[in-house]
Design a binder for this molecule. Structure first.
Ligand code: NA7
Length: 540
């Protein structure tokens, strides 16, 4: 069920318009309703779910454990819902999101199949005017983007891409009815997390799978398994403490076995035992073995070499194993992938890895793909080529702030946003998990809840004080951007050409976009709120 677009005029704007009906948009709507602020959501998809609506490729799973990747804001919800696996599949997460939408009657304020085509700030009226592809203009006092960080897919400009006559799929736009690849010759471009999750599943169906790799990724085994009743009971009984621990005391917004010491100075045999134990346990816990792994190159090298050894042990063909070993960036400086039998997949007779570093793609052909020294024919070509991350959807939305300034122009040299929440010169525009906030370096749901609560509390504060506009102070924004960069450069993150840095999109400025540290970030936001929202300007 889709709600009709809200009836608004410049004289009767809706209080808040939320763009996006994923985890962020749904909670924002619920929170605004709770305080009696009029709100509506527009969503370009035909239903709720955001990233979990679109990314339906075989093997799609969350890499944060399901007991932690769920809302914490309703005690009955978290007691009633029971996850079945350690790492939830995309269908299970989507069922959860649908359950939440039903349970809190959210769809009655969500208009689906409606994309925002522009948003322009009206300085005199202190409100936003939006156009959509569905017809009438929308007027709102506050515009809140809940558009996700990985929601604008990147389709690379490979020569001949339109000439292909077989079937093309993208992992980020997978057909909802599913795809039967039985007996098909499949080419897969990209070796990021999506490809690493999909490859084993694709290989088990297809007659032949050829994986085209430009840059290898580090991946650790998920060791996914059904959740035991005991574990579920423990989490349900202790949710309030565990959620608080994740929010307030962790860098990532998720609970892992946190390190107690540095790798440097620790006996190599002890390190090996510790890394082995974490490898066996599975999941991103591996990244938290020592507290200097993402800080000191020498420590990082130890963990990186451990994983390379695992790849070499697992993959039987030495040349393939060597090609799968990342060697030119620190482990963990790109998001660590969490897989189920990825490396083992390359031992199958029907799977082949093509190292594009050795033979780059020349062009896509009508029947497949040509590299510098070979031609391949496929029935199906799959692009798992990533996203214009964090800023892509925002800069494409054609947002114009005060003085006619375009957001895309303001961010041409890199995004700046105070706390990742507001960008100066764009009053009354809030971004949930925007650039400069922990977002993709965190358990997204923890970060989403914190941003939604902050925005909600600020809007209530404005209402109480009779203020109708709010903007970020330009100097506060500059200082925050400098702080984000400074923190990043105390780590090894900037040493990888990652999508955190915008490095996967040709021409995108290389700026480290997320803020490192959920715990530190929350403490700063709380202090700013307590100080009467310092760094934000308000006006009646
Ligand atoms: P990623 O991690 O950005 O991976 C995209 C992959 O596509 C990566 O291996 C790229 O290689 C590859 N790519 C991109 N363009 C090309 C061209 N032109 N030729 C060959 N290969 C190309 O996206 P995912 O969807 O896998 O994962 C994103 C996040 O989603 C993930 O971290 C989870 O949080 C969920 P490159 O590395 O650029 O050489």
């Amino acid at each position: 069920m889709s709600a009709p677009l809200p009836q608004t005029t410049s004289d009767t704007p809706i209080h808040a318009l939320v763009v996006g009906a994923g985890f962020a948009g749904l909670y924002m709507l619920h929170r605004l309703r709770q305080s009696g602020l009029s709100a509506a959501v527009v969503e370009r998809a035909p239903d709720v779910g955001g990233t979990w609506f679109w990314n339906r490729y075989p093997g799609a799973r969350c890499d944060v454990e399901s007991l932690q990747y769920s809302y914490s804001w309703d005690e009955d919800l978290q007691q009633d819902w029971t996850w079945t696996e350690r790492f939830a599949t995309q269908p299970e997460i989507l069922r959860y999101i649908n359950h939440v939408a039903e349970r809190f009657d959210l769809r009655r304020d969500i208009t689906f199949d409606t994309a925002v085509t522009s948003a322009t700030y009206d300085e005199a009226a202190r409100q936003w005017c939006l156009t959509t592809d569905a017809g009438p203009e929308l007027h709102c006092r506050y515009l809140i983007t809940a558009v996700g960080c990985l929601s604008s897919a990147n389709l690379p400009a490979i020569a001949g891409i339109d000439s292909y006559e077989g079937t093309t799929y993208r992992t980020s736009l997978w057909p909802h009815e599913g795809v039967d690849l039985t007996g098909q010759r499949v080419g897969l471009i990209g070796t990021g997390s999506s490809s690493i999750q999909a490859s084993p599943e694709l290989a088990s169906q297809a007659a032949e799978l050829v994986v085209f790799q430009r840059t290898p990724n580090f991946s650790v085994p998920a060791r996914n398994q059904p959740l035991t009743e005991e574990k579920i009971r423990y989490w349900k009984e202790n949710y309030s403490d565990l959620r608080r621990e994740a929010r307030e005391t962790t860098r990532s917004g998720a609970i892992y076995d946190l390190p107690v010491k540095s790798a440097i100075g620790t006996d190599p045999a002890e390190i090996r035992t510790e890394l082995e134990a974490r490898w066996e346990k599975g999941g991103a816990n591996f990244a938290y073995a020592y507290n200097d792994l993402i800080v000191t190159q020498e420590a990082n090298d130890i963990a990186a070499e451990f994983v390379r050894d695992k790849i070499r042990e697992t993959v039987k063909d030495p040349a393939t194993a060597e090609a799968l070993c990342p060697k030119d960036y620190p482990i963990f400086a790109k998001r660590i992938c969490v897989d189920s039998d990825y490396y083992e997949t390359f031992n199958r007779d029907n799977v082949r890895l093509v190292d594009l570093r050795k033979m780059p793609i020349d062009r896509i052909t009508p029947t497949g793909l040509k590299t510098s020294d070979a031609a391949f024919d496929f029935d199906v070509l799959i692009y798992a080529t990533g996203f214009d991350a964090i800023t892509g959807t925002l800069t494409r939305m054609n947002i114009t702030g005060a003085g006619g300034r375009k957001l895309a122009e303001k961010w041409a040299e890199g995004p700046k946003a105070y706390l990742g929440l507001m960008t100066a010169g764009f009053p009354n525009l809030f971004m949930i998990t925007g650039p400069g906030s922990p977002s993709v370096l965190s358990n997204m749901i923890v970060s989403i809840e914190q941003h939604v609560d902050f925005i909600h509390d600020l809007l209530v504060d404005l209402r109480e004080k009779g203020q109708s506009s709010v903007d970020a102070d330009p100097q506060a924004e500059e200082d925050w951007a400098a702080h984000v960069t400074e923190v990043a450069h105390t780590t090894l993150y900037p040493r990888a050409a990652s999508w955190y840095m915008g490095a996967n999109i040709p021409g995108k400025p290389r700026v480290f976009m997320p803020y490192i540290g959920v715990d530190r970030y929350r403490a700063k936001c709380d202090a700013i709120a307590r100080a009467g929202y310092s760094g934000f300007h308000t006006a009646p």
